[in-house]
Structure formats: structure tokens, C-alpha cells
Ligand binder design. Structure first.
Ligand SMILES: [Zn+2]
Length: 146
């Protein structure tokens, strides 16, 4: 594949992503009382081992689209990626503070399925003003180390 067609393909993919983000709408609208959200993402190969990657993704709640797609980190994977949008939005709608899930990569490497697995652990906090008054002086737990 020539460089320019590869580049065009990447641009098309980016455009498609922007379109999907527009269609998904804003996260703040889908989960209006969500305050913070972070995802610890771990990607593993089916063989288990060496190239496992893990990172934390902090979601900017005010600006993020209601779309949770994680690209596959394997460079040879085509059309790869993980879509956890539905599970995450459902958990946020249920005000879950900690939830996790596992999805397989939908991409292919040459003629084989990519089969990488993504495991995420999400931690969310919610604004409480709708259900309880805001505590002006939040209690802080101090652990004294002696
Ligand atoms: Zn993949």
C-alpha cells in the first residue's frame, strides 16, 4: 500500500470516528450527574504474557463524547479496537462506582482474528446534589502513622 493511500485511509478512519462521536452525543448529557470517571485499561494477548500493556485513561467528563472506544495497540491489527460504550453507559446510568468488563478485539491480523483482550476497571464518582444535600465540610479520614 502506498504512503498516500495509507494516509488517506487514516484520515477516513479519523473522519468516521469524528462522525461517530458526533452521533454519540456528549457524555455529560447521557450521564448528567457523573462527576469523574477513570478507566484502568489492560490489554492482554491470548497467550497471556510479555507484551501486556496497562494504562489509566481519565475521562474529561465535561467534554468527552458518550463513546468509549479504545484502539488496539497491535500495529498489524486491521480495523481493530474495543468498543465498551454500551456497558459503560449502562453502568453509569445505574450509578455504579466501580465496574469492570472484558472485550475482545474485533480486528484481524492478516487472516487471523486479532483475539487480544481488553480488560477495563472503571471508577466513577457522581454529584450528589439531586439525592442528598451537599456536605459543606466533607469528613476527611486521617490515618495516623505511628
Ligand atoms: Zn487488535
Amino acid at each position: 500500500m502506498s504512503f498516500s493511500s495509507r494516509r488517506k485511509e487514516m484520515e477516513e478512519r479519523r473522519d468516521q470516528r469524528v462522525q461517530r462521536e458526533d452521533a454519540a452525543g456528549k457524555l455529560a448529557k447521557r450521564a448528567p450527574d457523573l462527576a469523574t470517571l477513570s478507566l484502568v485499561i489492560r490489554e492482554t494477548r491470548p497467550e497471556g504474557c510479555v507484551s501486556n500493556t496497562q494504562y489509566t485513561r481519565r475521562v474529561v467528563v465535561e467534554h468527552a463524547p458518550a463513546l468509549f472506544e479504545v484502539p488496539c495497540s497491535y500495529p498489524q491489527c486491521e480495523d481493530g479496537g474495543y468498543d465498551v460504550t454500551r456497558e459503560v453507559l449502562a453502568a453509569l446510568a445505574g450509578h455504579q462506582e466501580k465496574f469492570e468488563g472484558t472485550v475482545s478485539c474485533r480486528g484481524r491480523c492478516a487472516t487471523l482474528d486479532c483475539a487480544r483482550v481488553l480488560h477495563y476497571v472503571a471508577t466513577a464518582t457522581y454529584r450528589k446534589e439531586r439525592t442528598a444535600p451537599v456536605d459543606a465540610f466533607p469528613r476527611v479520614t486521617v490515618t495516623r502513622i505511628t
